[in-house]
Design a binder for this molecule. Structure first.
Ligand SMILES: *[C@@H]1O[C@H](CO)[C@@H](O)[C@H](O)[C@H]1NC(C)=O
Ligand SMILES: *[C@@H]1O[C@H](CO)[C@@H](O)[C@H](O)[C@H]1NC(C)=O
Ligand SMILES: *[C@@H]1O[C@H](CO)[C@@H](O)[C@H](O)[C@H]1NC(C)=O
Ligand SMILES: *[C@@H]1O[C@H](CO)[C@@H](O)[C@H](O)[C@H]1NC(C)=O
Ligand SMILES: *[C@@H]1O[C@H](CO)[C@@H](O)[C@H](O)[C@H]1NC(C)=O
Length: 880
């Protein structure tokens, strides 16, 4: 045995599926899409039916069977989704694994109408903190992003403000009494549609979430509640309007379906409900600034979003803010087929506070979630090894000298909340965090931190570090905001999640301004402020689409709208002085250019290419069609405009480790283009074939190359340049290991601190009803299917499964709490049987066993043994 120190997904994970009171029959049912995602909610399920009229009878059967022990949450009788969500409290679980409800549930779920049973997932609230800005700050005008996207020209030259277009928002509610948001709710008001689906106290992570729906989506949580005002900020970006502020589509009509309480997370059954309601009122665009960390497309909320898009309503969804964790961090539901996944670009200016520091002639810019008038105090190192990679992540490395002072630490490794909590515990009066990737002053998101947390640029941080090492540095604050230009203007925000989807669809699809965006806040938070996130980019795109629909008519198909925006997007260079165009895996087609998108008449379809990996020739050649909807003939030269490639893995370390954040390479593909020069007459279309010759990089590295098929116009008056983003992977995704090096391993505790080696015998005492062995897994690659066999060491035969199959697991990251997962084995097995629906866990006979854990490779065939990554445990001796 040895000690290991890693950070494991707490509590949730498979272990919870076996807690007393859970319903095993369900979990072992062939229709159950089990998943050990960290955000699975214990004992809560969504059942989907083949037909709408199955919902009520099924609800009745559930109630008749389980009486007070069942709580039915949502019932759906929609043509896009028939189903219900419920939880079951089993008062008498009969054995360690078997619930007293087993057989009854078996027969209910056997019913033909039931097509699938899903666990309910928690969708975390986007943790963003606003920098509040005083109302009379006319400088707010100076940071409006509309010149970056041509929205200023659409307002001014086209007099288009989106009037009559309905944008349905799914978020934390809205303070519609805010004067810039119309001052009321319902007919005749800007916020016309919507409702509160959950109430202030709702938090899906509570054991018994309190759901108190209300007739309007008003956010009146109050400053003391810890609410961030997210939905109000998002609403203002789409359609806010006041003397000093103009949203993207200031005359559009809004709907708001409130799915978050004042704090905490929501469930994906609530998201489904909100999606269907937003669709039913006739929203032209549905906007979701939320999501989880899984790049699969199979979750029920993702499926419903895709069905809505298929019906012709545009669904725009945030790609996620996990860019710091490297490739494959775009989350669902933005991975859904036919929905638009939105990346964030940085604004051209930021509003920052400045402090004076002893020995510095210029005041130093910082950003903070709190208004900036802080106590004068001294700055001291916030970690014994300040400037390292783990600053203040561990309370034991914090010097005593922080007491009564500000602690200086470097960004990275753990969350700002953890750093702040550790430093506050040691007596610090505040935290100054400096960037670790060359960036400017930034707002560290540390909700409810006990002390102020200030973010400064890397250069300033390093200068401060040198100064505090030399002598006393005192900080003084005047609390005034001033605009400063951002070096990162018009490039992809460092936090913006990186694609592709796990199944190699291009994600994100497109970008909009999301870094340092000024908009409305609830009046209880001072009415105005800055926030950063793909949460801001998404409503920006939604508002822009409102302008487009206003100009082009509401009946344009979602795919066509996205293509148009992609055709004319601005291709950004990489941030921080890296030479080259940024990868489509960061920016999709690029930053939207709304005026061009509306006014131009030449259309390319499709708007993006995925050349997939190099395991087959199937995706290597693709065709696009160029159509001239204008009045003059257009000529284009077609060429390959390569972007930087993404190197997702660091192979120098042990096996595959993600580069966090991603690193770039200059590996470039060649394109064979069937026509280098084309002429398209008005009303005509031309087809062009594009074949890829991937770069000759080492297939082990899985380099994600990319670029743009570039159409250069010979006469800009008749048509502007256009482009199509493309990407592909050199190597076979199927070859990627699922398990990270040194994983899985067996542990006696769920936090994985004690690791059993292959030659250690794990002794399992069955008389101890809570005895457990934990398989600690770390998935470097996501897997669609994870199975575990119990093998009798003597006979070398598989006696059955250790627990139900797990499906669609996300990849882990190096972030605390997301590094690994504990799968609990309770000493029972599911015997092999021809009747899968009658399975029940039974204790294994006394003896010695190995657990054989098999994870299916991405694009693997579940019927092919060699498509699994396999790990076998050391001996587990099961005795009395
Ligand atoms: C707009 O800005 C001006 C100048 O700072 C200020 O006087 C005015 O009160 C602001 N108006 C609103 C509605 O915030
Ligand atoms: C990539 O190829 C795999 C099969 O090798 C397929 O399952 C997947 O859908 C493809 N992805 C795209 C975006 O075409
Ligand atoms: C490639 O794209 C960049 C950015 O839009 C542009 O400046 C450059 O001219 C393009 N190169 C070619 C060969 O078209
Ligand atoms: C078990 O194996 C490890 C290396 O894998 C070795 O260091 C250790 O000595 C072995 N222990 C026993 C009891 O054989
Ligand atoms: C029973 O098992 C649990 C979990 O493995 C362990 O924490 C506990 O110490 C065991 N109790 C006894 C009496 O061995």
């Amino acid at each position: 045995m040895k000690r290991r120190s890693i950070s494991i997904v707490p509590l949730f994970a498979l272990a919870t599926l076996y807690l007393q009171g859970s319903t095993d029959a369900l979990l072992q049912h062939r229709k159950f899409k089990a998943s050990s995602e960290p955000n699975v909610l214990t004992g809560r399920y969504i059942v989907e039916f083949a037909q709408q009229d199955a919902t009520y009878p099924f609800a009745k059967s559930l109630s008749d069977t389980f009486d007070k022990d069942v709580k039915i949450h949502e019932q759906f009788t929609h043509d896009l989704f028939a189903g219900l969500s419920f939880n079951l409290d089993d008062p008498n679980p009969s054995a360690v694994t078997a619930s007293s409800y087993d057989d009854k549930l078996q027969s209910l779920f056997d019913h033909d109408h039931v097509t699938a049973v899903y666990p309910i997932h928690a969708i975390q609230r986007p943790e963003l903190t606003a920098t509040q800005v005083r109302e009379d700050d006319s400088i707010a005008k100076a940071i409006a992003p509309h010149h970056l996207t041509q929205v200023d020209r659409v307002h001014k030259e086209l007099k288009n403000t989106g009037k009559g277009i309905v944008v349905g928002i799914i978020d934390s509610g809205v303070d519609y009494y805010h004067p810039a948001l119309g001052g009321g709710f319902g007919k005749g008001y800007k916020v016309r549609y919507g409702e509160d689906l959950v109430g202030d106290k709702y938090d899906s992570n509570q054991p018994n979430p309190i759901v108190r729906p209300g007739p309007t989506p008003l956010d009146k949580c109050g400053a003391a509640s810890g609410a961030s005002g997210h939905g109000t900020h998002v609403s203002g970006i789409v359609a806010g309007k006041s003397a000093n502020f103009t949203g993207v589509a200031p005359d559009a009509t809004l709907g708001m379906w409130r799915v978050f309480g004042c704090t905490g997370s929501t469930g994906n059954d609530i998201i489904i409900k909100a999606l269907l309601k937003a669709y039913d009122v006739g929203s032209d665009i549905i906007s979701l600034s939320l999501g989880d960390n899984s790049g699969w497309t199979e979750g029920p909320d993702t499926v419903v979003a895709s069905r809505i898009a298929k019906k012709g309503t545009i669904v725009s969804i945030a790609a996620g803010n996990a860019g710091a964790s490297g490739a494959f961090t775009v989350g669902s539901p933005s991975t859904g087929k036919g929905v638009i996944s939105v990346a964030s670009f940085d604004n051209s200016n930021n509003l920052v506070y400045k402090f004076k520091a002893t020995g510095f002639s210029d005041a130093i810019a910082y950003a903070s979630g709190e208004s900036g008038k802080f106590k004068t105090g001294d700055l001291v190192p916030g970690d014994n090894k300040v400037g390292g990679t783990q600053d203040a992540c561990d309370a034991s490395t914090i010097p005593a000298a922080v007491k009564g002072n500000y602690g200086l630490v470097k960004r990275g490794s753990c969350t700002f909340s953890i750093k702040a909590a550790n430093l506050a515990k040691a007596g610090a009066i505040g935290v100054v965090v400096y960037d670790n990737s060359g960036g400017d002053a930034f707002t560290p998101s540390a909700p409810n931190a006990p002390v102020p947390v200030l973010g400064v640029g890397q250069k300033d941080g390093e200068a401060l570090l040198a100064a505090v090492k030399k002598g006393k540095v005192s900080l003084t604050f005047d609390g005034k905001l001033s605009p400063v230009p951002l070096a990162s203007a018009k490039t992809v925000s460092s936090f913006s999640s990186v694609g592709a989807s796990y199944e190699l669809d291009l994600r994100p699809n497109i970008g909009a301004p999301g870094g340092d965006i000024y908009s409305t806040l609830p009046r209880y938070l001072g009415s105005w402020g800055l926030m950063s996130g793909t949460s801001m980019a998404t409503p920006y795109l939604s508002g822009s689409i409102a302008l487009y629909l206003k100009a082009r008519g509401k009946n344009v198909k979602p795919a066509y709208v996205l293509e148009d925006f992609q055709n004319y997007a601005f291709k950004a260079p990489a941030q921080n002085g890296v030479k080259g165009i940024d990868s489509p895996l960061r920016q999709g087609a690029g930053l939207i250019q709304v005026y061009d998108t509306i006014k131009q008449n030449i259309h390319l379809s499709p708007g993006e290419f995925s050349f997939n990996d190099t395991s087959s020739n199937q995706h290597k050649t693709q065709t696009f069609t160029i159509t001239n909807h204008g009045h003059s003939t257009v000529h284009y030269q077609i060429s390959n405009n390569v972007s930087l490639a993404v190197a997702p893995y660091d192979l120098a370390k042990s096996g595959y480790t993600y580069t966090q954040p991603i690193s770039y390479t200059t590996d470039a593909a060649k394109l064979r283009i069937s026509k280098k020069s084309i002429k398209v007459a008005p009303g005509k279309s031309v087809k062009v074939k594009v074949s890829v010759i991937p770069p000759k990089s080492d297939p082990k590295k899985h380099i994600m190359y990319g670029g743009y098929v570039q159409l250069k116009s010979s006469n800009k008056k008749n048509g502007l340049d256009l482009s199509i983003p493309y990407f592909g992977v050199v190597g076979h995704q199927k070859d990627l290991p699922i398990f990270d090096a040194d994983f899985p391993y067996l542990s006696s505790d769920s936090d994985g601190k004690v690791a059993y080696e292959k030659n250690d015998t794990f002794v399992f005492h069955q008389r101890n009803k809570t005895a457990s062995a934990f398989i600690i897994t770390r998935l470097i690659t996501p897997t669609p299917l994870l199975q575990a066999d119990v093998i009798d060491v003597k006979t070398k035969k598989v006696i059955g499964k250790a627990f139900p199959d797990q499906t669609y697991l996300a990849r882990h990251t190096l972030n605390p709490g997301e590094q690994a997962q504990a799968l609990r084995w309770d000493g029972t097995y599911l015997p092999k049987s021809n009747k899968p629906s009658s399975l029940k866990g039974v204790p294994v006979p006394h003896g010695t066993y190995n657990l054989n854990v098999k994870a299916l490779h991405v694009f693997g065939n579940p019927k092919s043994k060699k498509d699994f990554d396999v790990w076998t445990s050391g001996p587990i001796k099961v005795t009395n």
